[in-house]
Design a protein around this ligand. Structure first.
Ligand code: ADP
Ligand code: ZN
Length: 525
């Protein structure tokens, strides 16, 4: 669609100024607003923090009737509605937290035309009673937020979202928009199908977040590495630290507190009151560090989060992008910092392999994990790899990621890779990295001797390198899919390994460098 001219946009701009106090739309916002305000449908792909809310809020106010926002984030509806009411917008929400009286009140307001915006959980919206009601009330538009929830290919499938396919049937004349921050081709196709948006214009914004500095390092002593990072670059800043398990969330939070960092734990196993308290503190205080599982952060709009740290690998690139995207929404320099190690790679690979999801889903998930690991192991510009995953042809160097700031050494490690693979094969494809390293380094440990592995030709072939290098080689082989992680962390050579052993492919690996190298000086500090 063409850029709307000034006259068409004037009422929208006027509203933007009057209600929100903003002077201009950002990027494609103007096109989206004028499309939907004019009665058209729209598919919106915009990164977190890109400004999706205004894309449906403004047209809802411009059009007669109430704008219906479908959202899975019950916990956040109240906040959003409170904020809107503070701006003088007549907003309400419908979800399972409301009392029966509360529901009746909202329904009455809806029917008498006293609402501009109504947020609803999908299962609420799809109640027959609610749909009947909406047929009697003028509806300005339907906006389906977090639209990737319709797809089981997404990372956040919600079956009730699929029921939204009734909207195009029952309300063919009401504009529909789908909004999401993450959608690969398959997810996007599902969204278009369920909401019947095949003919609608698609508005895709760049996913680049230039103010975020991406850094990935090797896990050595994670807590200490984290502390050093915070002290050196983000003392007194607000940040989020992601861990995989509840236990490590609590341990890490406690440890940071003991080191004098203002930190609080957050995970789904905590009592609701404690969770709300942590969330409120994070939003209202200046320099709090939240240590959390991925349960934390969906929809949290704190503009000045200065860093997001991962002590464990996220599940996918989508997850990584979304979690790191919570940093620097205000546009100021921020850091996405992650450490990972061999055991993480082995763990996630194993978890995936042993899950009882359908084969097809497992394959897709393995693909997503591969993409993430490729990102972790890359010697190229991280931003380039990250954006390529989301279908954007970005040409590095970006100058604001660890590989651009400190280009890693790459070495031809084909011979070392062959040695490591043959150590795995000759020991029967069932030993873990520690044992394989012992064999490569020629250490006649009790286990090595009892297995007779000290008599193998591979025994001691790797003494030219130290233990850290070998663990690095093994990690990269697992990450890149030449070794598979099985039960008891045993590593086995995959079909892909053959080409490498035969010398048909060569392997260039990052020479292992120890984290954390502060990647250059941070702007503004
Ligand atoms: P998303 O839902 O895409 O993650 P939001 O709608 O929450 O993003 O917007 C992110 C931030 O950007 C909010 O603080 C919002 O007020 C601000 N913002 C969005 N659009 C504009 C604009 N046109 N001018 C100024 N600030 C904006
Ligand atoms: Zn870069």
């Amino acid at each position: 669609p063409a850029t709307p001219d000034a006259a068409t946009l004037a009422p929208a701009l006027d509203l933007l100024k009057r209600v929100w106090g903003y002077d201009a739309f950002r990027g494609v916002q103007a096109q989206i607003v004028s499309t939907v305000a004019g009665g058209g449908n729209a598919m919106v792909l915009m990164p977190t923090g890109g400004g999706k809310s205004l894309c449906y809020q403004v047209p809802s106010l411009l059009r007669p009737g109430v704008g219906i926002i479908v959202s899975p984030l019950i916990a956040l509806m109240k906040d959003q509605v409170d904020t809107l009411r503070g701006l003088g917008v007549r907003a309400a929400y419908l979800n399972s937290t409301l009392s029966l009286d509360g529901v009746r009140e909202v329904e009455a307001a809806l029917l008498s035309g006293e609402l501009d915006l109504l947020y609803a959980a999908p299962e609420r919206l799809l109640l027959p009673r609610m749909l009947d009601l909406l047929e009697r009330a003028p509806v300005a538009l339907f906006a389906v937020d977090e639209a990737h929830c319709v797809s089981q290919w997404g990372h956040d499938f919600r079956p009730e979202y699929q029921g939204l396919s009734v909207l195009p049937d029952r309300f063919p004349d009401v504009p529909r928009m789908a909004l999401t921050a993450t959608a690969d081709d398959r997810t996007r196709a599902d969204i278009l199908r369920v909401l019947d948006l095949g003919a609608a214009p698609q508005f895709v914004s760049s996913f680049d977040r230039p103010n975020i500095q991406y850094r990935v390092g090797q896990k050595d002593s994670p807590k200490t590495q984290l502390l050093e990072f915070i002290r050196a670059e983000h003392a007194g800043d607000a940040g989020i630290v992601y861990c995989l398990s509840r236990k490590s969330v609590e341990e890490t939070a406690k440890w940071l507190q003991a080191q004098g960092v203002d930190a609080v734990a957050y995970h789904a196993g905590l009592p609701p009151r404690e969770r709300t308290h942590a969330q409120d503190r994070f939003l209202n205080e200046e320099g709090l560090v939240v240590v959390a599982t991925v349960a934390f952060g969906m929809g949290i709009d704190k503009p000045n989060v200065r860093f997001v740290a991962h002590l464990d690998l996220p599940k996918s690139m989508e997850g990584y992008y979304q979690e790191t995207g919570r940093a620097g929404r205000d546009g100021l320099p921020s850091t996405a910092w992650m450490v990972y190690g061999l055991s993480d790679v082995v763990n996630v690979r194993r978890m995936l392999a042993s899950s009882d999801a359908p084969e097809e889903v497992k394959r897709v998930e393995a693909g997503k994990l591969d993409a993430l690991l490729t990102y972790c192991e890359t010697a190229a510009c991280r931003r380039e790899v990250l954006l390529a995953y989301f279908g954007e042809a970005y040409q590095g160097p970006c100058g604001n990621c660890d590989t651009c700031l400190n280009p890693p050494q790459v070495r031809d490690m084909t011979r070392e890779a062959q040695m490591a693979l043959s150590a795995a094969i000759r020991t029967g494809n069932r030993f873990g990295a520690a044992h394989l390293t012992d064999v490569l380094l020629g250490r006649a440990t009790e286990k090595v001797v009892s297995m007779n592995h000290h008599t193998l030709p591979t025994f001691g072939v790797g003494t030219a390198h130290d233990e850290k290098t070998w663990r690095g080689v093994l990690r990269q082989l697992v990450s890149l899919g030449f070794l598979a992680a099985g039960e008891h962390h045993g590593l086995s050579a995959t079909g892909k390994a053959r080409t490498l052993l035969k010398g048909e492919t060569t392997l260039t690996l990052r020479a292992d460098t120890l984290m954390p190298h502060a990647a250059g000086r941070r702007a503004g500090k």
